[in-house]
Design a protein around this ligand. Sequence first.
Ligand code: ADP
Ligand code: MG
Length: 888
Amino acid sequence: MFNLFTHNKSRIFNKYKNTIRQINDLSDQMESWSDYELKLQTQRFKKRFTAGENLDEILPEAFATVKAACKKVLGISLFDVQLLGGIILHQGNIAEMKTGEGKTLTAILPAYLNTLSGNAVHIVTVNDYLAKRDSEWVGTIYQGLGVTVGLIQQDISHTSRKENYQKDIIYVTNSELGFDYLRDNMSIDKEDLVQTGFHFCVIDEVDSILIDEARTPLILSGPSQISTNKYELSNNVCQKLQQNIHYEIDEKARNIALTDLGITYCERQLNLSNLYDIQNPWAQYILNALKAKELFTKDRHYLVRNNEVIIVDEFTGRVMPGRRWSDGLHQAIEAKENVVIQKENQTLASITYQNFFLLYDKLSGMTGTALTEAQEFKKIYQINVIEIPTNKPCLREDFPDLVYKREYDKWVAIANECYDMYSIGRPTLVGTTNVEKSELLAKMLDTYQIPYNLLNAKPENVEREAEIIAQAGQLKALTIATNMAGRGTDIILGGNAKQLSKFIVIQTIIHGLKSFEKFNQLDNLSSNNKEIYDILNNMCEQIEDNLQNKNDLILWIEEAINPKSNLTSSNTAIRHAYTNICSIYEESFRVNKDKVLNLGGLHVIGTERHESRRIDNQLRGRSGRQGDNGSSRFFLSLEDNLLRIFGGERIVGLMNTLQIEDNIPIESKVLSSSLNNAQKKVESYYYDIRKQLFEYDEVLNSQRQAIYAERNRILYSDYIRDCILEYAESTIDEMIRYYLNNEGKQEQRPIGITNKLKTILNLPEEIINSSLVNMEIGNMKPFLQEQFRITYDLREAYLEQLRPGLIRQLEKYYLLQQIDKAWQEHLEKMTNLRESIGWRSYGQQDPLSEYKNEAFALFLNMITSIRETVIYLVVRSRLVIDSNHKQK
Ligand code: ADP
Ligand code: MG
């Protein structure tokens, strides 16, 4: 059981081997325990925690309990490396565990342990499908332990969202989590808040969330009033501009600058005297239109669907519906594609993932690929990456890259390799960087007449892609996927019988028997087809009557298939069909698995080096799971973006000196070091972008923290009078200070300050005039404060008499409303500031510190204006009542 032999080389394993042994011994003892006894453990641990024991002390027993429950409920015995991973996660690190090592189950160990402290634990996944899949799969274990599980999905109601956040352990995607945070910080009533604090979270596929997605902040927005024809005009002008005459492109920095000639040309075309006029800004529209024209390619950076421009994540090939590029870029692309230009949205609230996840007391994560980015995790998140050894040694062979001169020859070679693999029956997975290239390869394979599955990572397909990827290890399976389509699903050699059977049963019930006839694996298993078809046919006949008035059909089917659920007269037929089909597939997949292993396991083909070695590793890591055979090979060409832009002269020179023919690749160690260098350059380039975003957002972040904290104080307070008085005091202070600084001349005193006092504090003019004229400066403050208090008391008494309790409600409402309004305006100013700083940064000043200074000044202004507006509104709150009176 204790796997010391395989892991004795791993230092991290040795460090915790005693704990791991202890966990194993304890859980062995628990195997004979009853369900009830296991469940009781949770109560015991909680008591011990309350009595002062810390979680580290409880860890061995808690982990042992989870291990025992897992064995009992799922029949799975957790591997030592999973226990180790659990410890590493509990300590707030990133555990690098390869694909197929069982990360989903690993996460439940620290999740359970940390929930004992009474705080909610968040388990974060990259999409709704995975959140649902994982929470359902492990839910029964938590149930057995008396721990509640929540699941947040994009389409659930506010009430159910709130309920789910109240659970012990919550499965949720990064974007739902972030948006809920932003929305919570805009609610007017504390009853509307859904989240319960940020204590401990485990982020699955952590590199994807904290690195890949960290380049675009989360933005919650609402419509604004700016007209859209500037985008169209700019687009028209840009089509006439010529590269290197009117503008220059820095492809590396993905940046464009207008030449002097370009500027004059635009001004003439648009009939402007100054393109850069702040009052009538055009430059950013032109530059965005140029970026849209030159740097953003359809089907690579975005798709056009249903008259909408939808972002494609460059790294993962995933489509990101609802996300928009900011600062007018998205509109510029809409103008270029001639689709409806959506109204520019006003940012209501925003946050970067970097700063969002730093809200947690303890952050942890898991992924197959993090080590290459360990430095970034350390610098930005103060989190360490720790490599967990694999359960079994990895047998995958990574062949050296093949480099072709021309891209065309590369694709021919790839198609040929697919053909060869298919001919011998070996399953192959081809990773492409975008939809366009996937389709190019698909066309080539069509001419070879070999069948394949094509996955494009479209969000509506997430579920189906998971099904297909799960079968990508079947004999003869050929799968083309943009990066990480079907992420989170591991590829089982030979095929995944359970998943396939479930898929077929569900498809048949929903779409009828036709769907099985079309099923593309039909050829492979023709001997079984008839048998399965008959089973399905039989099932359909038996359940026909039950299909009407089934609200949640899929849930009902899943329930029927689940061997642990109760059989009813209506779902027995489904259960039978499923079990029978499953056993047919299991039989043939078992045989096939051996065949596949003999052929060498899954072969992975990379069609381009990615912008980071991490993504390459992710693709390779699809093969060779849990000690399976496997191999990988990357095909490259000198025309690939990476080499063209970052490769430098060296590689081209080498190819030329070697004087090889176009269609003969070279496979050379010399080249791979140049390649790695090119890749490192890109990695650090993107790192800089993220770091910059982070540094700029840090400024905004401390302001956001301050505003949100103030907002929360108000939201939770039932007696806001004190807060209003505080605001008034500060306002009075500021007025006096302002007056002293600017118009301290004795004779002007009353006039200088009277107007402001009158407007903001609503103090009676007689009082100000008669009393303030000869007052010592030192006496002014207490005097004004006293006067304000009197005015306020009168107002309060007046309102109390009209409607008791009204003033408290008004105060709260005014405060929150003003804070939100001011904050939104502030966000817009900050964006403008950021842009203008970008233009100014040619000079000597450090743009970041410049930005910090000005941001701080803007922030102070905002605070002052919030205070003044609130006071202004509160002391005039009669107006509201008066107008009500008039209406009567
Ligand atoms: P990862 O996220 O690390 O790629 P998953 O959590 O998706 O891996 O698990 C991959 C597969 O391994 C699942 O089918 C799961 O049932 C199986 N698995 C996980 N842990 C174990 C274990 N200890 N013993 C046997 N199978 C396991
Ligand atoms: Mg996983």
